[in-house]
Design a protein around this ligand. Structure first.
Ligand SMILES: Cc1cc2nc3c(=O)[nH]c(=O)nc-3n(C[C@H](O)[C@H](O)[C@H](O)COP(=O)(O)OP(=O)(O)OC[C@H]3O[C@@H](n4cnc5c(N)ncnc54)[C@H](O)[C@@H]3O)c2cc1C
Length: 487
């Protein structure tokens, strides 16, 4: 088990110690417990962290959790972050492949995303622009053919735009999706496929857009809600140009640089390899128990794990039924498989969009390497494809670009990853107007943070940061918070 402790200044440390002592005593007293109360007896297997009474425990070190931890710093609080994996970042994961910095999960940021953009500026994170596609491979009805991006892009925009007719009315303020809830009631019942059905496109036109809708939805366009994609469309300025531009730039040294900056700034204690099994709210304190049986105590907790993972944690007392129901139903895209490919065969910087049902929905070029090979990434909607197999990936890509020779692949399957159980957030029909507002709400001494429940850019890093800030604000508004911080 690795522990990083990043204390702040000496005076901040002193203040945190005071807060810890006062908060602990006051809260234990309020609970009618002695100092030895619910804590395990001091023993040789008890870590310093276990014997400390924290102001806040944050469960999960993705962008939502790290942001919440950083927000508490300004309040001078002592914060423990418990992370299941052996790394921070969650559904962002910077790696290296073919000598390049790559992302297995979230990668791109955009100036239209206010939360992530302000963090990028705050920590001076250098960005790099995406490469321009040289050709775009699209369905032809009988197979695939390359198009000039200047032809394919505008046509794609023309085909997508009618899907979102009415979005200016039902999402007039896209960061507040409930602003015209009256208009949303019926539209929120539609899946992306149902909306496509209404448009009566030709088979060819439909094949141009259906793969994008299925990919976003996590495998089937019948799963994703029209209002999910329509909100992203609205946040992008209600335009195909804004929507198409979302993948324009990314942190040059990887998303991990921003995540690390948040962690360092938080001054929190981080414990990796610490999957949480249960969270008990005693009414006056929170007890968090890991799968290994370690117990940590705090005045409050921020639960910053994906919605799909909530069902794997035992909450005492139980949460309102909406939490379990949505976690079972899933918000995170159940099929979310990202493949990195290094290819030869003089294929150039090609992109591709395919029809629903084709194993790979999208290919995005990344870089031409010095040896002439090309680096690209793709999203796979087919659970049966071995995404780690050069020959299987090559066989699919050859249907798009017959001359391609795949040299190497590396991939991540987020849907089956234990601590994600899904990829980017994609709400299903009825979830926004159904349970979404409920699952955004704090419960007792717990606040919830994850991009999956963001009001704005849910499904993006920006939404994770938004939710972390909101969760920290929710904790600050809790009654017990005043006890801990009134010293
Ligand atoms: C393939 C892919 C591509 C994407 N592309 C983009 C993109 O280009 N741009 C963009 O903005 N967004 C993108 N996203 C979405 C973005 O990555 C996510 O919205 C965001 O990272 C989610 O952050 P989070 O903090 O809400 O959740 P997570 O990042 O999932 O963080 C949750 C943390 O909780 C931990 N955890 C889980 N269970 C436990 C437990 N029991 N105990 C302790 N810890 C636990 C996890 O290990 C994880 O670290 C993409 C996502 C995927 C999967």
């Amino acid at each position: 088990m690795t522990t990083f402790s990043m204390p702040g200044s000496a005076s901040a440390m002193r203040r945190r110690s005071l807060l810890k002592a006062a908060g602990s005593t006051a809260l234990l007293g309020a609970a009618g417990l002695t100092a030895a109360g619910p804590a395990r007896a001091e023993g040789t297997d008890t870590t310093d962290e276990e014997s400390t009474f924290y102001d806040v425990i944050v469960v999960g070190a993705g962008f939502a959790g790290l942001t919440a931890a950083r927000e508490f710093k300004a309040k001078g609080l002592q914060v423990l972050v418990l992370e299941a994996r052996n790394r921070i970042g969650g559904r962002t994961w910077t790696g290296s492949f073919a000598g390049e910095v790559i992302e297995y999960g979230g990668a791109f940021v955009d100036p239209k995303q206010p939360y992530v953009w302000s963090e990028i500026q705050r920590y001076n994170i250098p960005l790099v622009a995406s490469v321009e596609e040289e050709r775009t491979v699209m369905p032809t009805g009988t197979g695939f053919a390359p198009y000039a991006p200047a032809t394919a892009g505008p046509r794609m925009g023309q085909l997508l735009t009618p899907l979102f007719d009415g979005a200016t009315e039902y999402f007039p303020h896209p960061t507040n999706p409930f602003y015209r809830e009256d208009l949303l009631q019926s539209v929120d019942q539609l899946s992306l496929r149902a909306r496509l059905d209404q448009l009566n496109y030709s088979a060819l036109d439909r094949s141009w857009v259906s793969g994008i809708l299925a990919g976003l939805s996590g495998g089937s366009s019948a799963r994703g809600a029209l209002t999910m994609m329509a909100q992203i469309w609205a946040l992008s300025g209600w335009s195909s140009a804004g929507f198409a531009g979302l993948n324009g730039s990314r942190p040059r040294q990887g998303t991990v640089q921003l995540a690390s900056a948040l962690l360092a700034d938080s001054g929190a204690t981080l414990k990796l390899n610490s999957p949480v099994a249960s969270i008990t709210d005693t009414g006056s304190a929170v007890r968090v128990t890991t799968q290994a049986g370690r117990q940590y105590k705090a005045a409050h907790a921020v639960v910053a794990v994906p919605v799909n993972v909530w069902k794997t944690i035992t909450f005492n007392p139980g949460l309102p039924s909406a939490f379990g129901a949505v976690s079972q139903a899933t918000i995170g895209a159940p099929i979310s498989r990202k493949i990195w490919i290094r290819a030869a065969g003089n294929v150039g910087l090609f992109g591709a969009n395919t029809q629903e049902g084709f194993p790979i929905s999208t290919v995005i070029p990344f870089k031409k390497l010095a040896d002439g090979s090309v680096l690209m990434f793709a999203f796979c909607d087919d659970q049966t494809l071995d995404i780690h197999s050069v020959s299987q990936v090559q066989a699919v890509l050859r249907q798009l670009v017959p001359e391609i020779q795949v040299l190497a692949v590396t991939a991540q399957d987020w849907g089956t990853a234990q601590y994600s159980l899904g990829g980017w957030a994609c709400r299903q029909p009825g979830q926004l107007t159904g349970q979404y507002r409920t699952i955004q709400q704090p419960q007792g001494r717990l606040a919830f943070a994850t991009s999956d429940i963001a009001s704005g850019w849910s499904g993006y890093i920006d939404g994770a940061i938004e939710s972390g800030i909101r969760a920290a604000q929710a904790v600050a508004a809790m009654p017990g918070f005043a006890v801990a911080s009134a010293v």
